[in-house]
Design a protein around this ligand. Structure first.
Ligand code: KG4
Ligand code: ZN
Length: 354
């Protein structure tokens, strides 16, 4: 089954074609970062308008790269939520119109299910059951995944998402939008300066929020205030800024790793999967890899370009559901959407050939 996937929930236009027999055939991404940079964050109306401009050219480009014409498609998947309502509507209207014109089924995909299944785009990925750490700009969740559509929320953030904490802290330190990757890059210099001074750890140690009590919830909103206070009390040099970035990154990634370990212990599951934009963070990946080898469990990550928003994960999740016979019955997008309400799918599409 050959499925076109469209992602337009926020500030990236993503298009991909997933073939259940041959794996990912082609994918393309257009990022709106430059458009929103001067405002320091995503402007929803500008995002919707840009999706309108970019989506059709990207669909044409992706089909051409896959060597396909629209008639070759067996179905169309698009992100139906959660996300910005106007942005979601662009993908949904385009996807449904295309499916209708081709007389093929369409399916609205849950954006976070797309992230959650994205490690399965790799040939060596572990199938469910697994514990999934979903860490993006809008979500921080630990989910027990028994199968496709069988998701139990184990814990989540009570305030800022991990990516949001990265972005807000970066902005506070004067780094350009989007701050998460910039702060992570600056933290690398932090390590160098700390080592140069003969220290083996970051100069700054911030709290590991909510790790001193049982449970799997998170709270990241207090960290940015701790960083701000430390910054104000410091010499405000570039070196100090890098040391602060490292201290912040240490606090977030160690907290995430600690809760992952707890979730693995509590569920008895033997596999950990990481997905979402913060999954691109190298320190987090290193900590979780170390944890996995220590606990003798497996850990899988999406490839770096599929950690952040992309069309491939939507094409894959859509293909999985369409192949199981599910399809849209009504036109609906949902800015907020609980993953626990999704239908279960018993058959997993086979992993792509290496
Ligand atoms: O999954 P995603 O592309 O969009 C959402 O669905 O939210 O995640 C974007 C988030 C942003 O907050 C961004 O700053 C963060 O992921 N991010 C990172 C890194 N790369 C992206 N945070 C820390 N380190 C990174 N290397
Ligand atoms: Zn996302």
């Amino acid at each position: 089954m050959i499925v076109l996937g469209l992602e337009t929930s926020c500030d990236e236009t993503g298009v991909a074609v997933y073939d259940t027999a041959r794996g990912l055939r082609a994918h393309a991404l257009y990022s709106q970062i430059a458009l929103h940079a001067e405002y320091g964050g995503v402007v929803p109306e500008l995002a919707s308008r840009d999706h309108v401009r970019k989506l059709l050219p990207l669909i044409r480009q992706t089909l051409a790269e896959a060597g396909l014409v629209p008639r070759d498609l067996d179905g169309v998947a698009y992100t139906a939520g959660p996300g910005l309502i106007g942005a979601l509507l662009v993908g949904a209207a385009t996807g449904r119109a295309l499916a209708w014109a081709l007389d093929r089924p369409s399916i609205g995909v849950h954006h976070m299910e797309g992230h959650l299944l994205s490690p399965l785009l790799e040939p060596d990925a572990a199938p469910p059951p697994f514990v999934c750490l979903l860490v993006s700009g809008g979500h921080t969740q630990l989910v027990a995944v028994e199968g496709i559509g069988r998701y139990t929320l184990l814990g989540e953030t009570l305030d800022d998402a991990a990516g949001e904490a990265f972005d807000k802290t970066a902005k506070m330190l004067g780094l350009p939008y989007p701050g998460g990757p910039q702060l992570a890059a600056l933290a690398l210099a932090g390590r160098t300066s700390a080592e140069a001074a003969g220290r083996r750890e970051s100069r700054f140690t911030f709290a590991r929020p909510m790790t001193d009590r049982p449970g799997l919830d998170f709270s990241f909103s207090g960290l940015k205030t701790q960083v701000l206070l430390a910054w104000k009390a410091s010499d405000q040099s570039e070196l100090t800024k890098a040391d602060l970035a490292l201290g912040f990154e240490d606090a977030v990634t160690e907290t995430l790793a600690l809760k992952c370990e707890r979730a693995l212990r509590e569920t008895g599951m033997k596999a950990l999967v990481v997905a979402g934009g913060v999954g691109a963070n190298r320190q987090l990946r290193a900590r979780l890899a170390a944890l996995a080898s220590r606990r003798r469990v497996s850990v899988s990550f999406p490839r770096l370009e599929f950690c952040t928003d992309n069309g491939a994960m939507i094409a894959f999740a859509g293909a999985t559901r369409l192949a199981a016979g599910q399809r849209d019955l009504e036109f609906r997008v949902q800015p907020r959407w609980d993953m626990a309400t999704l239908d279960a799918v018993s058959t997993l599409v086979p992993p792509p050939v290496a």
